[in-house]
Design a protein around this ligand. Sequence first.
Ligand code: HEM
Length: 472
Amino acid sequence: MVELLAVILTLFSGLAFVYLLKYVTKSKQDFPQKLPPGSMGWPFLGETHGFLKSHRSNSLGSFLQEHCSRYGKVFKSHLFGSPAIVSCDFEFNMYVLQNERKLLPVDYPKVMHNILGKFSLILVKGDLHRKLRSTVISFVSATKYETQFHRCVEMLVLSRINSWDTNSKQVAFYKEAKRFTINVMMKHLLDINPYDTVASKILENFENYIKGFISLPINIPGTAYFKALQARIRLTAIIKGIIVERRKCNHVRPAQGGDLLNVILSKDNLSTEEMVSLVLDLLFGGYETTAKLLSLIVYFLGGASNALQRLKEEHQEIRKRKKEGEPLNWDDYKQMEFTQNVINEAMRCGNVVKFLHRKAVEDVKFKDYVIPAGWKVLPVLSSGHLDPTLFENPLEFDPFRWDDNSTSKQVAPFGGGPRFCPGADLAKLETAFFLHHLVLNYRWKIKGDDPPLALPYVEFTGGLLLDLEPTG
Ligand code: HEM
């Protein structure tokens, strides 16, 4: 009897075990609640050091290459002090960017919050983001067609190019490009000319302001972080002073369109703090990014003689249709088709912005995986740009690939979704006008080996020194 009971018990527990196993496996298939594979790296430190390690910006870098081949295009890690999911999957990246408002809002490191301030368009969310962004969008979409803006850009291109001392025959191009883009922004936003005394004060403080974004938040005199916070205080005071002056002037003679300041002063739903923040955000957004794009183009064209020749021909054609010294206009810009290919290719290949910061506020399902609420999500924009399944020879700078309609359009250098870069069209126009005068007046050679590096934002550590020769 005891033996019979033992047999029944064994059979019963065996059946129960099989049932349990089946249930567990089934429920796993029905509710796949697993994290993407990956490694969390060192305790506390995670893998941030490896993730930020510099590499050529027209490559993915060894960290991403190794992680993608070991774990796949979406993997877990521990970055910037938080558990994180890194995505090198173009489709998932687009999903992340499109769902910024509800599921995956921006989540920049704390150091940026302290420097940019609580009204920064780049950081704010919800209704405040909608309000500030709509002001920027209406300003940018109106001015890109304005003759006054085209004239101002061209005048600043010429003043930069004409300042080059042809005797020394050498320029540090990255610095020149930065001067040009900050001058455009200062004129366009605040009606400040390059030689106004306030211009050099803004420039000086702005360099320190920007350096703070990639610093450690140690607020003691001498640190980059401390200098950035001080620079923000000074910049705020300068811009507030300009606002007070402009209000007085507009009171006497009401403003008619013009720069950003007039546009924001005409809105009665913006506080002075929000106005200052908008000006700083646009100066920040439009300064280094566009200068990096210009420098990338000059760098890549230095090794692409066929593309440079075609670019030159396009601009010579435009000149032939114009009178001597006649300024460029919107119609000319629309004729610059190959120039657009060069810009697209430099953006794809050079990756001005490598990745963006987001955070899951709810559990997010991706294929068989779940990204838990509270985790950081970092869409890597460069991964799609350099994906050999999307682009043939992806590491090669080849603007001609954009002539071909079958070329993948899966690029996102300006981000996507509700935070798509509002300055994209301005950046392209400034770049095209600069290239017009550069290729018509100069040929250049890059001195030494100074490739664009992802640090993680693109940098030319040697300043991109060029040997210049006027084409005569
Ligand atoms: C080649 C030049 C540029 C590149 C590559 C670039 C890239 C980007 C990217 C990737 C974003 C999205 C950030 C995110 O989703 O978190 C962005 C946002 C932004 N950009 Fe640009 N940008 C460029 C030029 C400009 C210019 C010229 C301006 C100003 C006139 C500007 C102003 C901004 C602002 C204010 C935002 C924040 C938008 C928001 O959060 O709603 N950018 N940019």
